[in-house]
Design a protein around this ligand. Sequence first.
Ligand SMILES: NC(=O)c1ccc[n+]([C@@H]2O[C@H](COP(=O)([O-])OP(=O)(O)OC[C@H]3O[C@@H](n4cnc5c(N)ncnc54)[C@H](OP(=O)(O)O)[C@@H]3O)[C@@H](O)[C@H]2O)c1
Length: 320
Amino acid sequence: MKAIVLSKPGGVENLVVQDIRTPIPGDHEVLVQVRAISINPVDGYVRESGLLKLTVLHLQPEEQPVILGWDIAGTVTDTGRSVTRFKKGDDVFGLVNFEGHGKAYAEYVAAPESHLALKPAGISHEEAAGATLAALTAWQALVNYADVKKGDKVLIHAAAGGVGHYAVQIAKAFGAYVIGTSSAANKAFILGLGADEHLDYSAQRFEEVIKDADIVVDSVSDPANLARSIDALKPGGALVSLVHSFDKNIPIARKAREKKVFTHRLGVKSSGEDMAAIAKLLDSGALRSYISETFPLEQMGAAHTSMATGKTRGKLVVLP
Ligand SMILES: NC(=O)c1ccc[n+]([C@@H]2O[C@H](COP(=O)([O-])OP(=O)(O)OC[C@H]3O[C@@H](n4cnc5c(N)ncnc54)[C@H](OP(=O)(O)O)[C@@H]3O)[C@@H](O)[C@H]2O)c1
C-alpha cells in the first residue's frame, strides 16, 4: 500500500511517499481502507520533532517506519478475531492511537475497534475524517470536563479553527450562549456556525466585553490570553486550556485559584464512546464539518504548509 513516511524529523520535504506492507489487524483491531485523513497542528509539531516527542510519555521505543496522522474515515475490510462492534463493509471514523503511533497517512490503517464509531450514512468521508481529533477535543473539553449545559455562557477562542468551529456548535447543541473570537475575516463564518456573538481579537479586548462566562476554551499559544481568560470568567467558572499546563504557569494558576476558577489542561484521548456521541450530533445535523481545503495524499507536505499558517478555517483533509 501507499503511505507517507517521515524519513526524519524536520521540514515537509521529509514526508515521502513509500510502498509498504499493508498492516495486519490485531485481535481487537479492524483494518480500515482509508477514504479521508484529516490533519491537525500536532501533526506539524511531531513532524518537526519526531514521534518520540509524544510517545516518550508512554516510554515506547520509536517504531519504524514513522507514519504520522491519527484522524481517519474509511471502510472496514478485515477484522481481528476478537472484534465484536464492526464487520467488513462498515464505514467508520475515529482518532486512532492518540497519543501513540497512529499511522493514519496511508491507504490502510489497523485501528483498535474501541477508537472508532460508525460513520453516519449522510455524512461524507471527508466530513467524518474532519470530525475526529478536533471534534473530540471540543467534546471532551465542553462535555466531559466542563459539563456544559443550557444557559451557560461559553467563550470559545480561535472559534474559526478546527477545534473552535466544532466547539461553537457543540456548545450551541447543549443550549449554551456562545461567544467566539477570531479575526474580522472569520466573523460571518463564526456567526454562521450559530455563535451568538463574535469578538475580533485585534479590535477588542475580550475580557473588557465578557466578564461572567461559565466556561472558556482557550487554544491560543500566547499564555497572556489564558491569564486574560480568567478575567472573562465568573467565580466558579471553568477554564480549559488546550495548550498550556497550569503547573508550568504558576502566576496564572494562582490568579485562577484566587478567583475560584476551575482549571484544566486537556489532553484529547482516543475514544469510540465519545466518537459515537459525535456521530449522533453529525447525524442530527447539529454538528457539521467545514472542510476548507482538500489535498491528494502525495501533497501531504502542501497540507502541512497550509496548516502551519495558523489561519485554517475549519479543517484540512487529505485524500488517499
Ligand atoms: N491539548 C489537546 O489535546 C489539543 C487538541 C487539539 C488541538 N490542540 C491545540 O489547540 C490549538 C488549536 O488547534 P486547532 O486544530 O483548532 O488549530 P487551527 O485549526 O490551526 O486554528 C486556526 C485558527 O486559529 C485562529 N486564531 C489564531 N490566533 C488567534 C487568536 N489570537 N485569537 C483567536 N483566534 C485565533 C485563526 O483564526 P483567524 O484566522 O481569524 O486569526 C484560525 O482560524 C493548537 O495549538 C493545537 O495544537 C490541543
